[in-house]
Design a binder for this molecule. Structure first.
Ligand code: NAP
Length: 455
């Protein structure tokens, strides 16, 4: 595998990918290791996870540099991710024992009924590159807490970070035969589908997720999918501060170069404030520092994947052909590296790909709406169902709109946000199942119901 730096296109390192044989050996080891790992108490497993968290924080500068080098994420955003992801560990330490302990439901006369939560066994975590700490922790740490052993396959664009997870988990006391990282591209991913895992946990695109779910369906084991989105934001005519609304919306659209599953992907603006909002939005986007991701002031670095440059150019051309106006950006940067200028398209509508197809990059389409009803019908016009946001000074108005959304998450006056306290789940083409919260803790265990009767 050639690991490249997206800021330059240069090869950082060449690594030997796993093969069918090494994968099999690792799988067999995980099968064995899971037995003693699951025999530990939840508290003992959490001790290792807590230690892992402390080691990561201790080495966060070095780890952030690795993440930036292989994904192009601006260094400050790499640090933010590593620091922020620690809230999953805090959440587990606070709640895992509560949600994984036995529950006695009936204890009367000579009858007891209780539920015990048992691990699934050996699970596989096929992961994405855009927020490897956040989306990785959501799966592998929660799975380990539940007593499973884990095979972790990082994306081919976040391999070095995946290897660091392995190194620090082992250092923190998670045995080698309880967590294993396998590296390779989609072909290795395909081999994983042939192995007899007790659960498949995937983060990535709808196309790959659907393929995985279809391929492993016959095994009748849990399959969980965290997929893409086309997340809408509606800015109503009663926002108290149009400039601030524009700044927040732009951050939701362009943070991490728009390469976030819950990035704002399309914006609807009430016609009364439309012009003022666009001016403020464009001013904000033009002020973003585009450049070398190792510079602490950079907000927009290179895209992680070179092929996304052509994809975004096609979306922009399609929108312009159908009547959109370009207010900022619009093309890649004529230099080394995979840079695409932050792009704002206005006068958009749903004939354009930019309003219907996940961009996953620094391109946003904005459309004017005449009423709340029109906004709702456009927001719902998507096969995805990850998040939806409304900016308004009227909470009741916002809640009435958000209730109509068929999405796993809704936001009032915020966006592009994940918290371990509440479930993270996509509906429709955005996924299946939940991570985080009590749902995410329970996702990696199976109930055993005990009916107990004294003679
Ligand atoms: P992807 O191309 O679908 O890849 C995801 C993972 O699947 C990678 O590890 C990939 O390996 C692997 N893979 C590829 N082909 C496979 C196959 N045939 N069988 C098994 N595994 C296979 O997605 P991505 O580009 O990494 O991530 C971007 C997408 O993820 C976006 O749509 C984004 O919205 C979504 N996402 C969703 C969430 C969420 O929480 N809902 C979070 C983050 C990202 P290689 O990379 O080595 O090819």
């Amino acid at each position: 595998m050639k690991i490249k730096n997206p800021a330059t296109g240069d090869i950082i390192i060449e690594l030997k990918a796993d093969t069918a044989e090494t994968l099999k050996n690792k799988f067999n080891a995980l099968k064995e290791g899971q037995k003693s790992w699951s025999a530990l108490s939840v508290g003992e497993r959490l001790e290792c996870i807590e230690k892992f968290g402390a080691l990561v924080q201790q080495h966060k500068n070095e780890l952030a540099a690795i993440l930036t080098e292989e994904t192009g994420k601006p260094i400050q955003q790499s640090l933010n991710e590593i620091t922020g992801a620690h809230n999953r560990i805090d959440h587990l330490c606070k709640y895992a024992e509560r949600w994984l302990s036995e529950e006695v439901l009936v204890d009367s006369g000579n009858t007891r009924e209780k539920i015990a939560y048992e691990p699934l066994g050996v699970i596989v975590n096929i992961s994405a590159w855009n927020f490897p700490y956040n989306v990785g922790y959501n799966v592998f740490l929660y799975a380990l807490a539940g007593g499973n052993s884990v095979m972790y396959k990082p994306s081919e664009y976040a391999v070095l970070t995946g290897k660091q997870f392995e190194k620090y988990l082992h250092r923190a006391g998670v045995p080698e035969n309880v967590f294993q990282c396998v590296i390779g591209d989609g072909r290795l991913g395909q081999l994983l589908l042939e192995e007899d895992f007790d659960g498949y946990f995937f983060t990535g695109s709808y196309a790959t997720g659907k393929h995985i779910a279809e391929t492993v369906a016959h095994k009748l084991v849990p399959v969980q999918l965290e997929l893409g989105g086309k997340d809408p934001l509606y800015v109503t005519d009663d926002v108290p501060d149009i400039k601030q609304a524009a700044i927040n919306a732009a951050e939701g659209a362009f943070y991490n170069n728009g390469q976030s599953c819950c990035a704002v992907e399309r914006i609807y603006v009430a016609e009364r404030i439309y012009d003022e909002f666009i001016d403020a939005f464009v001013e904000e986007v033009n002020a973003y520092k585009v450049g070398n991701p190792v510079d602490p002031d950079t907000f927009i670095g290179p895209l992680t994947r070179e092929q996304q440059l052509g994809f975004l150019s096609d979306q922009v051309a399609d929108a312009l052909n159908k009547g959109a106006f370009l207010k900022a950006g619009g093309q890649s940067v004529e230099e080394k590296g995979y840079y695409f200028r932050p792009t704002v398209l206005v006068n958009c509508d749903h004939r354009m790909k930019v309003m219907t197809e996940e961009s996953f990059g620094p391109v946003i389409g904005i459309q004017k709406v005449a009423s709340d009803d029109e906004a709702v019908s456009l927001m719902k016009d998507t096969p995805y169902g990850l998040t939806a946001a409304v900016f308004s000074s009227d909470e009741q108005r916002a809640l009435n709109l958000l209730r109509k959304m068929d999405t796993g998450t809704v936001y009032w006056n915020c966006c592009d946000r994940v918290s371990p306290n509440v479930p993270w789940s996509g509906r429709k083409n955005s996924g299946l199942g939940s991570t985080l919260s009590f749902k995410g803790i329970r996702a990696f265990v199976q109930p055993k119901s005990y009916h107990l009767r004294n003679w």
